[in-house]
Write a protein that binds this ligand. Structure first.
Ligand code: MN
Length: 440
């Protein structure tokens, strides 16, 4: 069993598009990617509708749907994408996702007889505004990086960094979906109740330890009925795709409030997703074997399968960058804070889905999981400032001489993700970014 079984003509690295910008070496959106999002022309009264990124353009799926160029399930799928959210399309399941991907691939490839008609459906990405790709009904945040869990555990519980359940249970908590927004929507520094270790009583005020979390967002497509568990081998029939995700965190609020029920107001003031969902199908060339070191507990049967061992992991490079207000004023480029890889995750996407539903919990189309902060095995691969600054003890000096322990007002955090290897087209996720505005 290998990821070869998941590959089809849409992944052929030799495919090129008549959209020239899609053939440039470093584009995130070659014809092999075809990610889905929701957009409209900026500063207009237009309705939001579905789109697919190709090079520096977007195929307007509402316009394409009205041309009735596709047939059968592919036409049903593109019609669903004319709506102002992708939930209906996501609920249609893998056969529909795959049929539309193939139809789009054929229509966008070099020499397609549909070029002239599709050309009228293109919109430049530079002139659009994005919305959330779907209505996110429920949001669950996992904690799948053992490197992050261990280094954060050391800061909150030096005597007991990794709790004994970690290697058995894909740990998670139910977050809040109402405050998830799309890239580019800036937000105010949150206020809340904190109690520094030196204070005798807590006080309320603006967060002083505002952090980012470098995460992968996982979008559920087809749901399951209440009471029906999803088996690990069927898990990916329910996963529409992945995005880049910044799960902002207020560490000082978290440190005071999180026991015994876990994070609350330290996490639900803002979370930001990238505009584009890269489908699980597009990621097929980047599937990797998943392993669990022999000295660790092996997964319980519901979290174990041959398929998960063979291709459960995703080889996705993740990068966090910081652009301070000073850098912006001087036109300096954002600097890299860290880089890590989703394949270092201790638990896979399929294990998260199987675990979430083992009790019969029902997932619905558009639900989102956060992967948890993705930190790699090396200290410079830490996916949060809490780790990079050693909980504020060791300030980070930026190339322009500025220092940071946590985020300051005016800071813009940018996250990018991409997949690259020999024998496959490089595909990317685009970016997720937002600026911290001052507290009220
Ligand atoms: Mn998180």
């Amino acid at each position: 069993m290998s990821n070869e079984n998941l590959l089809n003509e849409t992944h052929n690295p030799a495919l090129t598009s008549w959209v020239n910008s899609a053939n440039q070496t470093n584009t995130d959106f070659p014809i092999q990617n075809l990610p889905f999002g929701i957009f409209k022309i900026a500063n207009t009264e237009q309705s939001f509708r579905g789109g697919v990124a190709i090079g520096d353009q977007i195929v307007d799926l509402a316009a394409l749907s009205s041309l009735s160029l596709f047939e059968g399930i592919a036409q049903d799928a593109v019609k669903a994408c004319a709506a102002n959210e992708l939930n209906t399309f996501m609920a249609m399941g893998k056969e529909a996702w795959s049929a539309l991907r193939l139809a789009l691939s054929n229509a966008l490839k070099e020499g397609s007889p549909l070029q002239e008609k599709l050309n009228d459906c293109l919109v430049a990405q530079a002139g659009v505004e994005y919305a959330l790709p779907c209505n996110i009904g429920d949001y669950t945040d996992f904690y799948t990086s053992i490197h992050h869990a261990t280094s954060v555990g050391l800061k909150f519980r030096p005597d007991n960094p990794l709790l004994p359940n970690y290697k058995w249970v894909p740990i998670g908590y139910h977050g809040r979906s109402s405050s998830i927004d799309v890239s580019g929507r800036d937000f105010k520094r949150p206020s809340g109740q904190t109690k520094p270790p030196t204070a005798t009583e807590p006080s309320v005020g603006p967060c002083k330890r505002l952090d980012y979390e470098l995460e992968v967002g996982i979008f559920i497509g087809k749901g399951n009925d209440l009471g029906d568990a999803i088996s690990i081998d069927n898990a990916e029939d329910h996963v529409f795709g992945l995005c880049m995700f910044n799960d902002w965190s207020a560490r000082d609020i978290q440190g005071w409030e999180y026991q015994p029920l876990g994070p609350f107001l330290s996490k639900n003031f803002a979370s930001t997703v990238s505009p584009w969902i890269v489908t699980t199908e597009a990621l097929a060339p980047y599937r990797e074997a998943w392993t669990r070191v022999e000295s660790d507990p092996q997964p319980l049967p519901y979290l174990e399968s041959e398929k998960n061992r063979a291709m459960g992991s995703f080889d996705i490079q993740l990068q966090a960058l910081l652009e301070t207000e000073t850098m912006r004023e001087k036109n300096e480029e954002a600097v890299q804070m860290s880089q890590s890889n989703f394949k270092d995750s201790y638990w896979t996407v399929a294990q998260m889905v199987a675990h979430h539903t083992v009790n019969g919990c029902n997932l619905r189309a558009g639900d989102m999981f956060g992967s948890g902060t993705q930190s790699g095995p090396n200290p410079d691969e830490a996916g949060s400032m809490l780790e990079l600054s050693n909980a504020g003890a060791d300030p980070i000096t930026l190339p322009n001489g500025e220092q940071r322990t946590f985020l300051e007002d005016g800071d813009k955090v940018i996250m990018k993700g991409w997949c690259q290897k020999d024998g496959a087209a490089r595909i990317g996720f685009g970016a997720v970014s937002a600026v911290i505005l001052p507290a009220e």
